[in-house]
Design a protein around this ligand. Structure first.
Ligand SMILES: *Cc1c(COP(=O)(O)O)cnc(C)c1O
Length: 495
């Protein structure tokens, strides 16, 4: 199949207006049947809360309101529109079968206060998903409660702390590589640990000699991402685990990058003691605005007594139930049992793929990242030539000579119909372009992406000013991202 290149423009199609500007008196998008009950005096009923003047409300027809909201929905980007190569985030397709299963009446209408006796199906889902994830990670036990990856990290370190306290020696430090995701040091600090930075070696991996010299009896754990945030597999992971264990420390694995490992290797087999999974990354549940997230934490036997309660257990009468009486537990970390709807989706994904399908998924994700790497090598600088797993990290070194940075290239990519890659992370790569296609993308879509990236590199040579002013096709161009997060404007007000 020959692909039609996506052409970028520098022109916005201004076919929209505010719904308030479309208003004209007397129009309505609704029609009610005649009143068949006695009319009430709303002033009497509502007192001071009664409002006769509804202010400046738009009056529009049904088709106008439908067009308005449908148009707004197209101003955002989604995995359902095209490739979403946001590195480290594993923005894979959310299969529709997951949605169908999660809407089954018995699951969608279940209530957390329902008696266990009539919750056996829901409990079976918690148990089966737990068993699958334990098998996939090679660990011994799991909690599904945490609501996201960062919350999983927090829960995991609470377990680490409880473990060391039970040994009578509360250690003070957590070691974290300089390539780590920002949530890792933030989590360690939140749990009350001091963070000690570990420098990466020239291949972008943990410097094992440096680790050996930094490891001592004051270190509670090493938080390690594998493959790390450069998309590189830490192949000395066994040595790393041995160094930690020899001095009584634990190995925490940030499992955000499990999309490179599922069905191939198991963290439990390479010495990991505790790890989180991101169901909204690896296990295809919606990510971002479509959430909520889910960050199960899997552990080895030594940490099992500290897991949050309640824990799903098989009772002596053959039914499933919740166990609350666990004296060493760190307690609850989330209301009820976690984000149940996500467990249904993740289990649907896992069972639909099966062991061979999950392995194939991993292989395709790695193949896709390497296809993009080959397509863009030479066009963009590759700071670490170490083999890539499920994502590849370039830098803007070549384009920076023209004054164009990773953020500018990412903004121009929007004009080509793609969501940007991850910019400026990991921190050990100045001007990083972090690209993760996931297994969801076809060769055709990746070819379009590679063409777009090559085309932008040419534009940088010929007309850097145009790239610096991108995006040109969006309703708003460059936003103040800090103000947008800190002081969001969520409501239109008449001026
Ligand atoms: C996404 C991510 C996290 C945090 O996970 P959330 O679910 O967003 O809280 C942590 N570490 C890495 C490497 C990640 O990519």
């Amino acid at each position: 199949m020959k692909h039609i290149p996506r052409k970028a423009t520098t022109h916005v199609n201004q076919n929209e207006g505010l719904i308030f500007e479309k208003s004209s008196a007397g129009k309505a998008a609704w029609r009610l049947p005649p009143l068949d009950v006695p009319e009430v005096d709303t002033a009497k009923l509502l007192g001071a809360a009664d409002r006769k003047d509804l202010g400046h409300m738009p009056e529009v027809s049904e088709i106008e309101i439908i067009r308005h909201f449908t148009r707004l929905s197209t101003w955002n980007y989604a995995i359902d529109l095209g490739m979403y190569p946001l590195g480290s985030c594993t923005m894979k397709y959310n299969p529709r079968v997951n949605e169908v299963v999660s809407r089954l009446d018995g699951l969608a209408n279940g209530h957390p206060y329902q008696p266990e006796k009539i919750s056996q199906g829901a409990l079976r889902i918690l148990k089966t998903l737990s068993d699958c994830l334990i098998e996939i990670t090679g660990m011994d036990a799991i909690t599904l409660q945490p609501a996201a990856g960062a919350h999983g990290e927090f829960t995991g370190l609470l377990l680490v702390r409880a473990y060391h306290q039970s040994k009578g020696h509360a250690r003070k430090k957590i070691l974290i590589p300089d390539s780590a995701h920002g949530t890792n040091p933030a989590t360690a600090a939140t749990v009350g640990y001091a963070v000690e930075n570990l420098k990466s070696n020239p291949q972008g991996m943990v410097d094992v000699a440096a680790l050996a010299s930094q490891m001592n009896e004051d270190v509670a754990a090493l938080m390690l991402t594998n493959p790390n945030t450069l998309g590189v597999f830490e192949h000395e992971i066994h040595k790393i685990a041995d160094i930690m264990h020899a001095k009584g420390g634990l190995l925490y694995m940030d499992g955000a990058n499990m999309n490179a490992l599922v069905g191939k290797v198991r963290p439990g087999d390479f010495g990991v003691d505790v790890m989180h999974l991101n169901l909204h990354k690896t296990f295809s549940t919606p990510h971002g605005g479509g959430g909520p997230g889910s960050g199960p934490v899997a552990v080895k036997k030594i940490l099992e007594p500290y897991l949050p309660t309640p824990v799903v257990i098989a009772k002596s009468d053959g039914t499933l139930g919740f166990e609350y009486d666990r004296p060493q537990s760190v307690g609850r970390v989330r209301a009820f049992y976690g984000n149940f709807g996500m467990f249904v989706r993740a289990l649907a994904y896992t069972l639909a793929n099966g062991p061979d399908g999950l392995r194939q998924t991993t292989e395709d994700a790695v193949l896709n990242a390497n296809y993009i790497r080959k397509g863009l090598e030479g066009v963009y600088d590759l700071p670490y030539p170490t083999p890539s797993m499920h994502e590849v990290v370039f830098s803007d070194k070549l384009q920076a000579k023209k004054g164009v940075k990773t953020m500018d290239i990412a903004k121009r990519l929007i004009d080509y119909g793609f969501h940007p890659y991850t910019t400026a992370f990991p921190l050990i790569v100045p001007g990083a372009l972090m690209i993760e296609p996931t297994e969801s993308e076809s060769k055709e879509e990746m070819d379009l992406f590679i063409d777009a990236m090559k085309s932008i590199a040419e534009e940088v040579e010929e007309d850097p000013e145009m790239v610096l002013a991108a995006p040109h096709t969006t309703r708003v161009s460059r936003l103040d991202e800090v103000a947008a997060a800190r002081k969001p404007v969520l409501r239109w007000k008449p001026s």
